[in-house]
Write a protein that binds this ligand. Structure first.
Ligand code: DX5
Ligand code: ZN
Length: 216
């Protein structure tokens, strides 16, 4: 089973972003996780198109763009233009999710849906066959460095069962509070992609931490 690591640049050093992207390029990381926050859907603002364009210029790995914004369907083409390879939208921000997913795929990006901690996995049952990816938030979105919500394990088990029934090729991604103590349980319960911000960028040797997470 696939085991991928996606370091989140939300915790990178924006005073020298090129250095952190280079570290990711030379590490065992598989994707670069890019958190876009609008200050409306979540109580924080991160960064937008110019930064993503810059990251894309330097990146040797796919950009996994996580939209924490209202009306994400308005900006699908723009995110494609600045270099998104995978685009994920929140269920909670997408009343016409099916249409939005088709629009992402029509731009030749992988399409994913994100669930906040309170949203039940069963809400995805009908859309699951259309998805490349489901991202389970294991913290409330908005900030890096928060503690992992334990209920995520139950949600992951439910989603793994649904995946077996409805879409065996689906990738399951976990985002928030991932560290060296929970990575192996998450992989063993069916996670394919682990996002890690604080754990990677606050460590003394980020590339080594990526390798350790991956080998869990
Ligand atoms: C939170 C973001 C996460 C965040 C994860 O809203 O979606 O991607 O960067 O950070 P850590 O790994 O520090 O919890
Ligand atoms: Zn994220």
């Amino acid at each position: 089973m696939k085991r991928l690591i996606a370091p989140s640049i939300l915790s990178a050093n924006f005073g020298n972003l090129a250095k952190d992207i280079e570290m990711i390029n030379n590490s065992d990381a598989d994707w670069i996780h890019v958190d876009v926050m609008d200050g409306v859907f979540v109580p924080n603002i991160s960064f937008g198109f110019p930064i993503i364009k810059y990251v894309k210029k330097l990146a040797k790995k796919p950009l996994d763009v996580h939209l924490m914004i209202v009306q994400p369907e308005k900006y699908i083409t723009r995110f494609k233009e600045v270099g998104a390879d995978i685009l994920t939208v929140h269920l909670e921000a997408s009343p016409h999710l099916h249409r939005t997913i088709q629009a992402i795929k029509s731009q030749n990006m992988k399409a994913g849906v994100v669930l906040n901690p309170h949203s039940n996995v069963s809400l995805l049952e009908d859309i699951l066959p259309d998805l490349d990816l489901v991202l389970l938030m294991s913290v409330n979105p908005g900030y890096g460095g928060q503690s992992f919500i334990e209920n995520t394990y139950d949600k992951l088990e439910q989603l793994a069962k649904l995946k077996a029934k409805r879409n065996p090729n689906l990738l399951i991604e976990i985002d928030g509070g991932v560290d060296l103590s929970n990575a192996s349980t998450l992989f063993n319960k069916g996670a394919n992609v682990l996002v890690a911000g604080n754990t990677v960028f606050s460590s003394d040797d980020p590339a080594n931490t990526i390798q350790l997470l991956k080998s869990k």
